[in-house]
Design a binder for this molecule. Structure first.
Ligand code: CAO
Length: 425
């Protein structure tokens, strides 16, 4: 079976997390992704948060599967020449350099268009045009400037960032969609175009429901927020809502059996209106089905703390998995708080390829998140990340048609490292 993006070649100029997540997805869908790295150094994440001496870090390996690596000093004249040839041979250039880097390298959009008018140039920056466009940005800066941090956490605590990398991986996902869309449009226009995704914009897009609530505030209190039931007045901006549900069905994180010693013995419980009567039966409050204070969703809103307190009395008598099983028999939406340890050991995620074991010649076997997007006609096989410059000669010969002599000349110029030999595979 062939893969969806087979035949598409990506010039991958990305580093750290946001860009690499995008190109990794494209590689998983079958694109030939050529990662261009600085000689001697490579992507900075290769050496960050190292757990095994001299091995590429998990940070790097988990973001760069299914790619090939070429080292190239793009500030060296020979390096620029090779880069120009690569631009001619690729369909998409993806980059997430700091603002202005590509221009300073000598490759502004106008120049790239003359090199290859069909090339799609896809970029991630921290901000779009505006006061902050020249700023460098990392994950948490994006979470803070995109509206996520101000709406995450508890009302009486500081803003919080989330462990989910919505600024980096979230924007990578946005960019990947932009790229395949531009590829589709190119099939009709024959032309490349610029695709940009700003991390602030990506985070704001994912925080969309909070901008919804910002506007609802003008028309009255946000009745599904617990502070409404607590009689705490709302201010001018959307407050932090703890674990309140962001949707129309109130929900909370509740303690389960063992919470005193297990930091993850909790369950998310949603009091979905269509199953309210079943909830009343399960928790042992059948009279709430008809009681005017509890029977209808609107009546329950000012009493959410009391209601969830009562439900929690029940969840505390069950483990999170027992509660999940009992509640799902009645179609009551809920979800146990799963630790990373539990997810790593989850056999169903292994079966679907969402969690995969990967072999690496230097670090051995490690776990990774595989492709979370499943295409029935384009299966993903996760292969290990490349060593720094592992495919330099292969790419020069196979993609650019260099002879052995030309490859030797390129190495002499100092623009590239000799390719790394894979020790034992
Ligand atoms: N050969 C020669 N030089 C190279 C090179 C290569 N192969 N690859 C990169 N460089 C050079 C660039 O030309 C640049 O040089 P100048 O500053 O002289 O123009 C230099 O490396 C630094 O590039 P950078 O600004 O992208 O890297 P940084 O480490 O200083 O900043 C980051 C990193 C992530 C803050 C910045 O790239 C950025 O803001 N990117 C956009 C937003 C983004 O994606 N952030 C998420 C990162 S993940 O949390």
């Amino acid at each position: 079976m062939t893969q969806a993006l087979k035949g598409v070649r990506i010039l991958d100029f990305t580093h750290v997390q946001s860009g690499p997540t995008c190109t990794q997805l494209l590689a998983w869908f079958g694109a030939d992704v050529i990662k261009v790295e600085r000689p001697g150094v490579g992507d900075i994440t290769r050496g960050q948060l190292r757990d095994v001496p001299n091995a590429d870090s998990l940070y790097f390996t988990m973001l760069n599967h299914n790619k090939r690596s070429i080292t190239l000093d793009t500030k060296n004249p020979k390096g620029k020449e090779v880069l120009t040839e690569l631009m001619k041979s690729c369909d998409v250039l993806v980059e997430n350099f700091g603002p202005g880097v590509l221009d300073r390298m000598g490759f502004p959009w106008e120049t790239i268009q003359t090199i290859n008018p069909k090339l799609i140039v896809a970029s991630i920056k921290g901000f779009g045009p505006g006061p902050y466009e020249d700023c460098k940005v990392y994950e948490n800066v994006a979470q803070c400037t995109g509206g996520a941090a101000s709406t995450t956490g508890f009302r009486d605590g500081p803003p919080l960032v989330t462990g989910a990398q919505i600024g980096d991986s979230g924007t990578g996902l946005h960019l990947a969609l932009g790229i395949v869309t531009a590829l589709y449009q190119r099939t009709m226009t024959g032309k490349g175009q610029k695709v940009t995704a700003a991390m602030q914009d990506g985070v704001l897009n994912l925080s969309r429901v909070k901008l919804r609530d910002q506007q609802r505030l003008a028309h009255g209190p946000l009745t599904e927020y617990s502070q409404y039931g607590e009689g705490v007045p709302f201010g001018e901006a959307v407050p932090r809502a703890g674990n309140d549900s962001g949707g129309g069905q109130p929900g909370r994180i509740l303690k389960c059996k063992g919470w005193e010693t297990d930091p993850n013995a909790y369950i998310y419980f949603i009091t979905q209106a269509p199953v309210w009567e079943k909830i009343c039966d399960v928790i042992g409050e059948p009279e709430w089905k008809t009681h005017p204070d509890y029977a209808k969703p609107a009546a329950r809103l000012p009493r959410l703390n009391e209601i969830f307190g009562r439900i929690e009395q029940w969840t505390m008598t069950k483990t999170k998995f027992e509660a999940m099983e009992i509640l799902n028999r009645d179609d009551i939406p809920c979800g146990p708080i799963l630790s990373m340890k539990e997810l790593a050991e989850d056999q169903s995620l292994r079966k679907t390829g969402t969690v995969v074991e990967v072999e690496h010649p230097v670090r051995g076997t490690y776990l990774s998140v595989g492709n979370p997007i499943k295409l029935s006609d384009s299966p993903t096989v996760v292969t290990r990340s490349p060593l720094l410059g592992e495919h330099t000669d292969e790419i020069l010969k196979e993609v650019l048609g260099f002879s052995d002599h030309q490859v030797a000349e390129a190495h002499k110029s100092g623009a590239l490292d000799p390719p790394q030999k894979v020790a034992a595979e």
